[in-house]
Design a protein around this ligand. Structure first.
Ligand code: PEP
Ligand code: MG
Length: 583
C-alpha cells in the first residue's frame, strides 16, 4: 500500500495493532462552564454529590502522600479545602439553585463559589484575599470532576480517540468505554500513556503534531499502530487493504497461541526467561494466556491510580497476594511505587523538571509511612516464596541501603506480630539512572537482581525527555552509548552474580531482540501482548550469531551504523518469522 497519500498522517508507532473506527475528538483542556438547561434534576444532584465525594478522596490522597514533605501550612490549606466540601450551607445553596434554576451543576458550582471569592477578594484582610486562590483550586477540582463524569457517559463505545495529549489515567479511563485506538498530537513512545495503551492492547499513534487540527469529530479513521500512520476518511482501496490485514492478524494470533507452552529457547539451546510487565490488574489473564513465565515488573503506581486513595496495607496485601497466587509457581516482581515524572503526583507540587524531581525511591524515602505500608504488604504476600521486591529510580548506594534498612525494620515488625513472610525474599533494583549503571559492580554486592529500565535509562543517558515528540528522533535505543552502557551493566552485574532482566520498552522492539540476547540478558519482561511474537523470534535465533552481532555493535561509533547492522541481521535471518505482523 502507498504510504504517501494525502489523507495519511505520519507519527510514532506507540502501540501495535490496527483499528478502524470513527474519530472522537477529546480536548479536555477547555473546561468551559456554560449555563446548560437540564431536565433530570436527580441526575444533576447525583452528579454533584459524586463529584464532591471524588474531590474529597483526591484531597485525602494528597494528605496521605505529602503531609511530611509539604509541612503544616500546606496541610492547613487542604484542610480548609476539605471543610468547603463539607460546608452544609454552601452545599444546600448549590442544591437549591440546581432545583430552582434547572441549570447544569458545574455552572451553579462555578457561579456560587465565585460569589464567595469576589467577597473575599474585596476584603481588606490579606489573609482572606489569599484564601480566595485556594478556593479557586477546589472550585476547579469539583467542576473537573463533574465534567469528567459527564464526559464518560457521553463517549460512545468503539471510537478512535483523538487528543492533544493523554495521561496514563486517561488511558485507563478510556479502556472502560471500549476505545478502539488512540491518536495524539504529542507524546513519545515510552511515555506512560503509550505504555498503558500497549498494556491495554489498544493500537496507538502518538506525536502527530496536528492530528486534532486535521481530524474532525465523526471522520472515519484507521489507526495503524505498526507503522505509526493514521488514515483519515480512507478510500475503498485503503479500507479493503486494512480489513484484509486485520483478518490476517487474527490468523497470526491463532498460530502464535500454539507456542504458549513452549520455552523461549534459541536454536542452539540458550534459554531466555520471557516475563510480562503488568500495568493494570485486569491484565493478569492476558499474562497467563500469552504464556509468560512470570511477571518481571508490576507497576504498582497504576494500582494506586485505580484507587481514589492510597490503599491501606491490608488492601495492598490482598492485591499482591492475589497476583502471587495466580502466578504460582512462577515469580512475581513487585516494584514499589514509582510515582512522579509523567505519572503526575496527586499533590499540588509544581516541579520545574518532574523527571529530574521527586520521583520513585526519593519520594518513598521521604514518606516512610507510605513506603513501609507497601513493603509490609509485599512481604506478607511472599509466603509462597515466589515474590520479589524491586526499588525504582535508584541513583545512589545510600538509597539502596536506606530502603534495605526499612525492609529489615518491616521484617522485624512482622516477626513480632507473628505474621508470615519469605525470610529469603529477593530484593532488586531498577537500573535506569546512569549513575546506577556506572556503579553496577558495587550495586551488585547489595542486591539479588537488576532490572534494566531502558525507558528512563535512555532519557537520562542521552538527556532526551521520553515523552517529548519534538525531539523523539534523538531518543535512540541504538545510540552507541546506550548499547555500551547495557553491556557494562550486564557484564558487571553478572560478574557480581546478580540476575539481569530488561523491562523497558526496548525489549518489545523486534529488531533489538538479537542484540539484547547477544549481550547476555537472562530475562526479558514486556507487555503481555508482545510475548508470543518475541517467543517465536527467540526460538528462531542462534545465540552464537546474536553474540557475534552484539560484539560487532559494541565496536561501532554511530547510531545509524548500529541501526543498519541490526536491521540487516533481522531482514536476512528473521523477517520470515515475523511476516504478517507489519505487512
Ligand atoms: C523503565 O524506565 O524502563 C521502566 C520499565 O520503568 P517505567 O517505564 O515505569 O519508568
Ligand atoms: Mg523507569
Amino acid at each position: 500500500m502507498k504510504h504517501d497519500k494525502s489523507n495519511i498522517l505520519h507519527g510514532l508507532a506507540a502501540a501495535p495493532g490496527l483499528a478502524i473506527a470513527v474519530a472522537h475528538l477529546y480536548t479536555k483542556e477547555e473546561i468551559k462552564v456554560i449555563p446548560e438547561d437540564i431536565t433530570d434534576i436527580d441526575e444533576a444532584l447525583n452528579s454533584l454529590h459524586q463529584a464532591l465525594e471524588k474531590s474529597k478522596k483526591e484531597l485525602r490522597k494528597v494528605f496521605d502522600l505529602a503531609v511530611d514533605k509539604l509541612g503544616e501550612n500546606r496541610a492547613a490549606i487542604f484542610e480548609a479545602q476539605l471543610m468547603i466540601l463539607d460546608d452544609p450551607i454552601l452545599i444546600k445553596q448549590i442544591e437549591d439553585r440546581i432545583r430552582n434554576e434547572k441549570k447544569s451543576p458545574d455552572f451553579i458550582v462555578d457561579d456560587e463559589i465565585s460569589k464567595y471569592q469576589k467577597m473575599m477578594r474585596r476584603s481588606s484582610e490579606t489573609y482572606l484575599k489569599e484564601r480566595s486562590h485556594d478556593i479557586e483550586d477546589i472550585k476547579q477540582r469539583i467542576i473537573r470532576n463533574i465534567k469528567k463524569r459527564k464526559w464518560i457517559s457521553r463517549i460512545e463505545n468503539d471510537v478512535n480517540v483523538v487528543a492533544p495529549l493523554l495521561t496514563p489515567a486517561d488511558s485507563v479511563l478510556f479502556s472502560r468505554v471500549n476505545v478502539k485506538g488512540y491518536v495524539t498530537d504529542h507524546g513519545g513512545l515510552t511515555s506512560h500513556a503509550a505504555i498503558v495503551a500497549r498494556s491495554l492492547n489498544i493500537p496507538a499513534v502518538v506525536g502527530l503534531h496536528d492530528a486534532t487540527a486535521k481530524i474532525r469529530n465523526g471522520d472515519l479513521i484507521i489507526v495503524d499502530g505498526f507503522h505509526g500512520n493514521v488514515i483519515i476518511n480512507p478510500d475503498s482501496d485503503q479500507l479493503n487493504y486494512f480489513k484484509e490485514r486485520i483478518e490476517k492478524l487474527s490468523l497470526l494470533d491463532s498460530e502464535l497461541s500454539a507456542l504458549k507452552d513452549l520455552p523461549a529457547e534459541t536454536l542452539d539451546g540458550r534459554k531466555i526467561k520471557l516475563l510480562a510487565n503488568l500495568d493494570l490488574q485486569d491484565e493478569i489473564d492476558l499474562v497467563m494466556q500469552n504464556g509468560a513465565e512470570g511477571i518481571g515488573l508490576v507497576r504498582t503506581e497504576q494500582i494506586f491510580q485505580e484507587h481514589d486513595i492510597f490503599p491501606e496495607e491490608e488492601e495492598q496485601f490482598k492485591i499482591y497476594k492475589g497476583l502471587a497466587e495466580k502466578l504460582f509457581p512462577n515469580d512475581v516482581t513487585i516494584r514499589t511505587l514509582d510515582i512522579g515524572g509523567d505519572k503526575v503526583l496527586p499533590v499540588d507540587v509544581q516541579e520545574p523538571n518532574p523527571f529530574l524531581g521527586w520521583r520513585g525511591v526519593r519520594l518513598l524515602l521521604d514518606n516512610k509511612n507510605l513506603f513501609k505500608k507497601q513493603i509490609r504488604a509485599i512481604l506478607r504476600s511472599s509466603i509462597h516464596r515466589n515474590v520479589k521486591m524491586m526499588i525504582p529510580m535508584i541513583a545512589s548506594i545510600r538509597e539502596i541501603r536506606e530502603s534495605k534498612k526499612l525492609i529489615e525494620e518491616c521484617k522485624q515488625e512482622l516477626r513480632i506480630e507473628n505474621l508470615q513472610f519469605d525470610e529469603e525474599i529477593k530484593i532488586g533494583i531498577m537500573i535506569e539512572v546512569p549513575s546506577a549503571a556506572v556503579m553496577a559492580k558495587e550495586y551488585a554486592d547489595e542486591v539479588s537482581f537488576f532490572s534494566i529500565g531502558t525507558n528512563d535509562l535512555i532519557q537520562y543517558l542521552l538527556a532526551v525527555d521520553r515523552g517529548n515528540d519534538i525531539i523523539s528522533n534523538l531518543y535512540q535505543e541504538f545510540h552507541p552509548a546506550v548499547v555500551r552502557t547495557l553491556n557494562h551493566i550486564i557484564t558487571e552485574g553478572k560478574s557480581g552474580g546478580v540476575e539481569i532482566t530488561i523491562c523497558g520498552e526496548m525489549a518489545a522492539d523486534l529488531i533489538a531482540i538479537p542484540l539484547l540476547v547477544g549481550l547476555g540478558l537472562d530475562a526479558i519482561s514486556v507487555s503481555p501482548s508482545a510475548i508470543p511474537f518475541l517467543k517465536r523470534l527467540i526460538r528462531n535465533l542462534n545465540y552464537s550469531e546474536a553474540k557475534r552481532l552484539a560484539d560487532e555493535c559494541l565496536k561501532l561509533r554511530t547510531e545509524p551504523e548500529i541501526n543498519h547492522k541490526l536491521k540487516n541481521f533481522y531482514e536476512s535471518k528473521l523477517l520470515d518469522v515475523t511476516k504478517n505482523i507489519f505487512n
